[in-house]
Design a protein around this ligand. Structure first.
Ligand code: CMP
Length: 152
């Protein structure tokens, strides 16, 4: 049981053949994988997923990078998952990430920073619903309820 968070193993992590290493760290950190897929974002999808950053100066570079290759997306479950996962991955800027964190070990730059982690429970559910149907999520107890945004 526990809360969920959502992660992306970004194009740099995939290209550098770090999928296995990062998933091992995630499991060693006590997270259960309740959903996972290998996919690639189209430009419009990346722009929608990162819509909150649309006005930021790094938006175009972010979308360019996130569409540059395949990614792994996953939903993870643990007590206090959002905060625990942010501790496991370390600072957004790998130069500032604590030793031993996933970004310190596998990230090269603030864009190519290996992994994404949700910043709140609400965003974890929103981001999960962007990639996964309810039927694609499997918890020990047989169901995590993620809320789907209203379609218009
Ligand atoms: P993430 O938290 O996954 O989602 C937004 C991404 O934008 C972030 O990871 C970074 O990879 C990227 N980014 C690039 N520049 C910045 C910046 N100055 N501040 C925050 N995020 C940035």
């Amino acid at each position: 049981k526990g809360n969920i968070t959502f992660t992306i193993l970004k194009p740099d992590a995939v290209k550098n053949q770090n999928i296995g290493n990062i998933l091992a760290d995630i499991n060693a950190g006590g997270f259960r994988i309740v959903g996972m897929k290998y996919t690639r974002l189209r430009r419009e999808e990346a722009e929608a997923f990162y819509g909150i950053h649309r006005e930021r100066p790094f938006f175009k570079d972010l979308v360019d990078f996130m569409t540059s290759g395949p990614i792994v997306v996953a939903v993870l479950e643990k007590e206090n998952a959002v905060e625990e996962f942010r501790t496991l991955i370390g600072n957004t800027d790998p130069q500032k990430a604590d030793e031993g964190t996933i970004r310190a070990k596998y990230a090269k730059s603030i864009d190519a920073n290996a992994v994404h982690g949700s910043d709140s429970d609400e965003n974890a559910r929103l981001e999960s619903s962007f990639f996964f149907a309810q039927s694609e999520l499997f918890t020990e107890e047989g169901g995590v309820q993620i809320s789907y945004p209203q379609q218009v």
